[in-house]
Design a protein around this ligand. Structure first.
Ligand code: ADP
Length: 212
């Protein structure tokens, strides 16, 4: 099964992706995580994308397509995968169609900007395992420490108010057209992003059924 997750920043894509891989045994491909790893490693690619990521813009279609093209060839993708953060433009979606034929479902987690901005600025992320918390709504058990791996939590460079606003604008301008793109192809499934993580997951699992 090949799934695409669409949603504004902080809509809960990463949270649902983690639940979906556990349930369906899919590979998890987060282009944001992959790029952040490159930035942390200070690789040539990382140095190239660092400032555009911090300001809330998108890295070039060519660059991200090249990364995804290689990633989906890896062994763990044979039984299917979840793409989180890709495609983010219609150009990327068309390229994905060229690469894999067609997807099975595009899951759109719909949530309003005001709530997303609150979530973005309250978010804490584990730099080691990628787990994500919210200082107000879903705090870690021990303040500032990851429940999963004990690492010190951080605020992502792009989780500031200013970058958050820019990312929401980028989402509306460049990524929201994907909703219509996949709807027209009959692959879209929309869920209400304010329902709570377990309810959202139940909706998605209800739509996907037992498929593997
Ligand atoms: P968010 O939490 O806002 O959904 P991600 O963690 O998925 O963000 O990605 C962080 C940043 O990485 C984006 O704001 C963008 O700069 C870059 N990025 C990730 N995926 C893509 C993509 N498919 N195309 C272009 N840029 C991307």
């Amino acid at each position: 099964m090949k799934l695409v997750l669409i949603g504004a920043p902080a809509a809960g894509k990463g949270t649902q992706a983690r639940k979906l891989i556990a349930r369906y045994g899919l590979a998890y491909i987060s282009t944001g995580d992959m790029l952040r790893e490159e930035v942390a490693k200070k690789s040539e690619l990382g140095l190239n994308v660092k400032s555009v990521m911090a300001s809330g813009g998108l890295v070039s279609d060519e660059m991200i397509i090249a990364i995804v093209k290689e990633r989906i060839k890896e062994d763990d993708c044979k039984n299917g995968f979840i793409l989180d953060g890709f495609p983010r433009t219609v150009v990327q979606a068309k390229k994905l169609d060229e690469l894999i034929g067609n997807i099975d479902k595009a899951i759109y987690i719909n949530a309003p900007d005001e709530v997303m901005l609150e979530r973005i600025t309250a978010r804490e992320t584990c730099p080691k395992c990628g787990a994500s918390y919210n200082k107000i709504a879903i705090p870690s058990k021990v303040a500032g420490i990851c429940d999963v791996c004990g690492e010190k939590l951080e605020q992502r460079k792009d989780d500031t108010l200013e970058a958050g606003k820019a990312r929401l604008k980028t989402f509306h301008d460049q990524s929201e057209p994907l909703v219509e793109y996949y709807n027209a192809q009959g692959y879209l499934f929309e869920v209400d992003g304010l329902k709570g993580a377990d309810n959202i997951f139940n909706d998605i699992a209800g739509e996907l059924g037992e498929r593997a």
